[in-house]
Design a protein around this ligand. Structure first.
Ligand code: PGA
Length: 253
């Protein structure tokens, strides 16, 4: 059984005052029936991790450099994130691919750095609207999976997030059928490459305009093990119902 994961990506949002949201999440969800993660901007990682030290909520970064240290002004390494109290890092988000011209190969090298530092790598894949309209979604996702996931991936060190670019921050959500098709494809690709045991243990998240109103429907889709949530992770009042929907899926009663 794969343990469910609700991950929040704060992107370039959040100041010290917003740490109250982290405190509220900690208070509301200790003993959650799912893994919980918030990835705030670098400036808040250490403070957020300190607040979560005795709670179930984990803290992650939104990117890292492939090297552990060196002359790379403005970059942060996986080791530094780990040192600041992070246990995970998002890699290859479509905004990084677009804003920073990140290639699959570079994402692969960042994932290896994350493994080296003991961080869970959340590797993002997803097609653009033009690629979906050209019916090349699965081809694009297949190429992203092959080139960006290292051979050393396991269910313990890697999570794959499917985030169709056209659904991120747009309010448009992929339909359950669209999500199911891609998640089943990713699962099959992982099983082919890594064998059944590892292939079945890697968790697959959906991301793209997940909100309280659509979470339950998305979590019911096959091979959806949780969500990577942007906008709706900024406020506990929005993220908490998403977490509860995931718990309900994990433990129907
Ligand atoms: P969104 O972002 O939930 O605001 O669409 C998701 C993401 O980019 O991870």
């Amino acid at each position: 059984m794969r343990r469910k994961l609700a991950a929040g990506n704060w992107k370039m949002n959040g100041r010290y005052a917003d740490l109250t949201q982290i405190e509220a999440l900690c208070a509301a969800h200790d003993g959650a029936e799912a893994d919980l993660l918030i990835c705030p901007p670098y400036t808040l990682v250490a403070a957020a991790a300190a607040l979560c030290a005795d709670h179930a909520l984990n803290i992650g970064g939104q990117d890292c450099h492939p090297e552990a240290a060196g002359a790379h002004t403005g970059d942060v390494s996986a080791e530094m994130l780990q040192d600041a109290g992070a246990s995970a890092v998002i890699l290859g988000h479509s905004e990084r691919r677009a804003d920073h011209a990140e290639t699959n190969e570079r994402i692969h090298d960042k994932a290896r750095a994350a493994y080296q530092a003991g961080l869970l790598a959340i590797i993002c894949v997803g097609e653009s609207l033009a690629e979906r309209e050209a019916h090349s979604t699965l081809e694009i996702i297949g190429a992203q999976l092959s080139a960006s996931i290292p051979d050393a991936a396991t269910g313990e060190n890697t999570v794959v997030a499917y985030e169709p670019c056209w659904a991120i921050g747009t309010g448009l959500t992929a339909t359950p059928d669209q999500i199911g098709e891609v998640h089943d494809f990713i699962r099959a690709r992982l099983e082919d490459r890594f064998g059944d045991r590892v292939g079945q243990s890697v968790r697959l998240l959906y991301g793209g305009s997940v909100k309280p109103e659509n979470a339950a429907e998305i979590f019911a889709v096959s091979n959806v093990d949780g969500a990577l949530v942007g906008g709706a992770s900024l406020k506990t009042n929005d993220f908490s119902p998403i977490i509860r929907a995931l718990e309900a899926e994990a433990n129907p009663s």
